[in-house]
Design a protein around this ligand. Structure first.
Ligand code: PLP
Length: 390
């Protein structure tokens, strides 16, 4: 007998749960796209997105997903044949590097497996680049496949006075983990609407610093992707390179109000961190006794606060059980050595303690039902973390 009736719980690392308030805000007919109301709302969303990233620099919005934002950044940063250095800690870093290669960029990869990028190795590589040929260093703040979080300020420090730009993919981290683009010296920041921003997929954003803007256009900068046209826009249609995504702007406005003005960024970051610790505590308990269950990232300081990747023998069967019997959807083991024995639990965006406990509790039920060995006390461990004073 299935127990899945009731409100579904989605714990995949994007698209993340969209608050009812955000869906309701989007449920509106389009006003005149040449009218004042929408133009003002758009300006407010742009200002809020800069607050979210901790920057006063430039912002170019696009209709598209995270891959569109990758392409937008690439088309503005590089000439064909330019050299870039990609710091990879999982599937997304490698996939981004491959995307840039297909655009004709000469990408060198430093692959750290499921460890965070090592600032000392970066410093050593850049010290060898005495000609300053490397135009950009690319890194995912959180690699959503491994759940590795990079230390962005440490990487910036390691770059010293090398002229390369620091380009950060914050698609799985913005609105989940701290980001202070200007204070940290990030030159280009990339994100999208459907993860920490709690909105439906469909819009993406590239923030870029003054020193990046000063580099001007490249041979790859076609009119649609040109970030100057959007960042310097005055007319609404210019921001979006055509018809604005009207209902998405309504949704973004509501979501950013919730994050920035109601909860507050510090509280949102702290909530993500607490939910993440609850998941880690549970998995550590399940790991007891050599069950083969383990977190994919050993060092807690290098773990993402938005998604946890777990090695768990029988993960595919467990995902099917919790979906069919309990109404909980977990993430697949993307990029894991044995994908059928790996899964991911997202604690990203509009997730609360109840949703995380339901994911963990139904996983434990599934492990009992399927005979998957697991150490005792997993749910008690989560409850103890959640009981800690905020
Ligand atoms: C989700 C994600 C992407 C890809 O975004 P799409 O919207 O699927 O194109 C890229 N990078 C990271 C770190 C992500 O989490």
């Amino acid at each position: 007998m299935s127990l899945a009736a009731g409100r579904p719980v989605i714990a995949i690392p994007g698209p993340s749960p969209v608050p009812d308030r955000v869906l309701a805000a989007a449920h509106r007919a389009s006003p005149d796209i040449y009218g004042e109301e929408l133009a003002e709302l758009n300006l407010r969303v742009v200002a809020q997105l800069k607050r979210l990233a901790g920057t006063q620099a430039h912002l170019a919005p696009y209709i598209g997903n995270g891959h569109a934002a990758w392409e937008a950044a690439g088309a503005n940063l590089f000439n064909p044949g330019d050299q870039a250095l990609a710091l990879c800690s999982g599937h997304f870093g490698r996939s981004w590097a491959g995307h840039m290669e297909q655009m004709g960029i000469n990408v060198e990869r430093l692959d750290f497996g499921n460890l965070p990028a090592d600032p000392a190795l970066l410093a050593r590589r850049l010290a060898n680049d005495t000609a300053g040929a490397i135009k950009a260093v690319m890194v995912c703040q959180i690699d959503t496949a491994t759940g590795v979080m990079a230390d962005i300020p440490a990487l910036r420090d390691a770059m010293g006075d090398h002229p390369a730009l620091l380009v950060v993919d914050a698609i799985a981290s913005l609105g989940c983990a701290p980001m202070m683009m200007d204070d940290w010296g990030v030159d280009v920041l990339i994100s999208a609407s459907q993860k920490g921003l709690m909105c439906p997929p469909g819009t993406c954003f590239v923030w870029f610093s003054d020193r990046t803007a000063a580099r001007g256009r490249t041979a790859l900068t076609t009119p649609y992707w040109d970030w100057h046209l959007r960042a310097d826009a005055e007319a609404l249609w210019r921001f979006w390179g055509g018809t604005p995504p009207v209902q998405q702007i309504f949704a973004l406005d509501e979501a950013l109000r919730m994050i920035l003005d109601e909860d507050g960024l510090f509280a949102v970051w702290a909530r993500h961190a607490a939910l993440a610790r609850a998941v880690w505590a549970t998995v550590d308990a399940w790991a007891e006794g050599g069950t083969g269950i383990r977190l994919s990232v050993d060092d807690a300081a290098a773990r993402a606060s938005s998604v946890t990747a777990i090695t768990l023998p029988g993960a595919d069967a467990l995902r099917a059980f919790v979906a069919e019997q309990c109404g909980v959807t977990l993430g697949i083991g993307l990029g894991a050595p044995l994908p059928e024995d790996a899964l991911r639990v997202a604690h990203m965006g509009h997730a609360n303690a109840a949703m995380i406990l339901s994911a963990l509790g139904t996983m434990q039920a599934g492990m009992i039902a399927l005979g998957i060995p697991h150490g005792p006390g997993g749910l008690d461990a989560a409850a103890r973390v959640l009981a800690e004073p905020a």
